[in-house]
Design a protein around this ligand. Structure first.
Ligand code: PEP
Ligand code: MN
Length: 339
C-alpha cells in the first residue's frame, strides 16, 4: 500500500499515520518530496483491509500495490486453468463453442437446435430454464420442465449442458442437471448465489455484470473460488454505456486485460453484446483475435418466433456459416477449432 499525504501535511500527522500503519504490523518507508510525502507500507497488505486510511488526518490518497483478488490472480497459478466441459477443455488450445437458444421453449426445438449445433461443431448446448427477464411479464422459462428437456437432449446428442441458476434455493436442483452453471449478468454480484455455487465443484460460467468493472468480475470469481470451487469461466457479454447502436457495448479490451490478470478461462458472448444477429460473426472474430478461449452463441430454429432474444439468435444455417468461418480466425490466433 502506498499512502500519499496532503499538501502541507504536518510532522505530527505524518507521525500519526506511520504509527497507525506500524501498529497493524507493517513497516513504513517515507519518501519526502517538495510538495508531498509518500509513505510506502511494507508487509502483509491484507492487514490494512477494512482500515479507513483515508479518514486519517493528512492522508490524501491510498494506492494498493497488491491485487484485491488472490485465487483468481494470474500470480496464483503456474499455468492457465483448463476446465473440462464434455470432451473439451475450456482454456486449452481449442476454441470452445457453446450454442443454443436463449430459453428452452420445448423438447422438439431444443433437440433440433442441439443436433444442428453439434453438426456444425459446437461443443456444448446452452439454454435457459430459469430466465432473468427485465420485465416480469416476459416469458420467464419452463423451470424444472426445461431442465428435464435439457437432460433428455443431452442423452440424445451427448452435448454437455450449460444453463442458468438464478437463486440460491435452486442451486442444488440446477446442479443436478447442468454440466456448467451459468450465473447471469444480473446476478454477478449476488454474493449469496456466488457463495452457494462455490460450495460445489461444478464449473461456473460467470457473466460480467452490466455495470461491473473487470475488478468487480474478478472479485465475483474470487467469491466462488474462495468457497472451494476453482472451476470458474469468465464471460464478457457487453456492458451498459451511453451507446445505443448496440444492445450493450462489447468491451473487447476486457478480454486481453482479463488474460493479463487471471489464469481463469475467458469466453465471449457476441449475442448479448451486440443484440443483433448480423453482429454475432464480427464480434466472434474479434473476440478470438483478442484471446478469448471460447464463445457462447444464441441459436434458434426460427429466431422470429423465439420467446426471448430472437433478434440476436442465429438460425441453423447462419450458425453453420459462423462455425465454418471461425477456423481461420482461430488459426490466426494460434488456436484450433474442432482440432
Ligand atoms: C442469457 O445468456 O440468455 C442471458 C440472460 O445473458 P446475460 O445474463 O448475459 O444477460
Ligand atoms: Mn439471451
Amino acid at each position: 500500500m502506498i499512502i500519499v499525504t496532503k499538501h502541507g501535511v504536518t510532522q505530527d500527522e505524518l507521525d500519526h499515520i506511520r504509527e497507525r500503519v506500524e501498529s497493524l504490523g507493517l513497516r513504513t518507508h517515507v519518501s519526502q518530496g517538495e510538495h508531498r510525502t509518500v509513505i510506502g507500507c511494507v508487509g502483509d497488505e491484507t492487514r490494512l483491509e477494512g482500515v479507513s486510511l483515508l479518514s486519517i488526518p493528512g492522508v490524501d490518497t491510498v494506492h494498493p500495490v497488491m491485487r484485491p483478488y488472490k485465487l483468481a490472480s494470474l500470480d496464483f497459478a503456474a499455468e492457465p486453468t483448463r476446465i473440462p466441459l464434455g470432451g473439451v477443455q475450456v482454456g486449452g488450445e481449442e476454441i470452445v463453442v457453446i450454442a443454443g437458444p436463449c430459453s428452452v421453449e420445448g423438447r422438439d426445438m431444443l433437440e433440433a437446435t442441439a443436433k444442428a449445433a453439434k453438426a456444425a461443431g459446437a461443443h456444448a448446448l446452452r439454454g435457459g430454464a430459469f430466465k432473468p427477464r427485465t420485465s416480469p411479464y416476459s416469458f420467464r422459462g419452463l423451470g424444472e420442465e426445461g431442465l428435464e428437456i435439457l437432460k433428455d437432449v443431452r442423452a440424445v446428442t451427448g452435448l454437455p449442458i450449460v444453463t442458468e441458476v438464478m437463486d440460491t434455493r435452486q442451486v442444488d436442483l440446477v446442479a443436478s442437471y447442468a454440466d456448467m452453471l451459468q450465473i447471469g449478468a444480473r446476478n454477478m454480484q449476488n454474493y449469496n448465489l456466488l457463495t452457494e455455487v462455490g460450495r460445489l465443484r461444478r464449473p461456473v460460467l460467470l457473466k460480467r455484470g452490466m455495470s461491473a468493472t473487470v475488478e468487480d468480475l474478478l472479485l465475483a470469481a474470487e467469491y466462488v473460488m474462495s468457497q472451494g470451487n476453482p472451476n470458474v469461466i469468465l464471460c464478457e457479454r457487453g456492458i451498459r454505456t451511453f451507446g445505443t447502436a448496440t444492445r450493450n457495448t462489447f468491451d473487447l479490451a476486457a478480454i486481453p486485460v482479463l488474460k493479463r490478470e487471471t489464469h481463469l478461462p475467458v469466453i465471449a458472448d457476441p449475442s448479448h453484446a451486440g443484440g443483433r444477429r448480423d453482429l454475432v460473426a464480427p464480434l466472434s472474430y474479434a473476440a478470438i483475435a483478442a484471446g478469448a478461449d471460447g464463445l457462447i452463441v444464441e441459436v434458434h430454429p426460427e429466431p422470429e418466433t423465439a420467446t426471448s432474444d430472437g433478434d440476436q439468435s442465429l438460425d441453423f444455417e447462419e450458425f453453420e456459416a459462423l462455425m465454418a468461418s471461425l477456423g481461420t480466425f482461430a488459426a490466426a490466433a494460434g488456436r484450433t477449432l474442432n482440432g
